[in-house]
Design a protein. Sequence first.
Length: 215
Amino acid sequence: MTYAENLGLFFVFLFGIIIVPGMDMLFVLTNALTAGRRAGLSATAGVMTGGAVHALVGATGVGALLKFAPSLFTLLLFAGAAYMGWIGVTLLRSPIVVGALGFGATRSPWTAFRQGAATCLLNPKAYLFTLAVFPQFIRPQYGALWSQALIIGAMIVTTQGGVYGGLALAAGASRDFLVASPKATRFVGRAAGLLFIAVAAITVWHAWTRAAFQG
């Protein structure tokens, strides 16, 4: 397999993992729908920053450390679940009225960026992707490992920007409808909150099962 073919195969895996709805995508959509395009794009930038960190983790071999320290990875799963659950509860308790004082009105671009980065960094799916896939595509026969890691990292960040940024723009464009329909806004927010909590519960179950298996 040539290096170009190797990168092409990596992109297929990468696009598949990013396009599957998860906590990163949900967070971007929630910000765009409740606070507009600017917040959605800021959240996207935060997720992209987290993606760059994941690439660094995989390239420096810290991923191998997590692989050989199962208890540490289990703690990561619980931490990610707790953060997702916190966001879900926040959405359920918030007024979530676009254009009024509430979740969307008080959310600054910096807050969206910061929480987007945290959401990505605490996303267990991203670490699973790093642990399972990175070692298969960064190989000595393709040249310097640091240059391969740089290219793969750029692919991750660019794909996240294209997918999540496009969703943020599309969701932000539908915000006018939400401004005119507070009930629809609350429904979107409550649904997003429940979905966050559901994903958190599933993550806790996986972490608990993993811990029981290790014990």
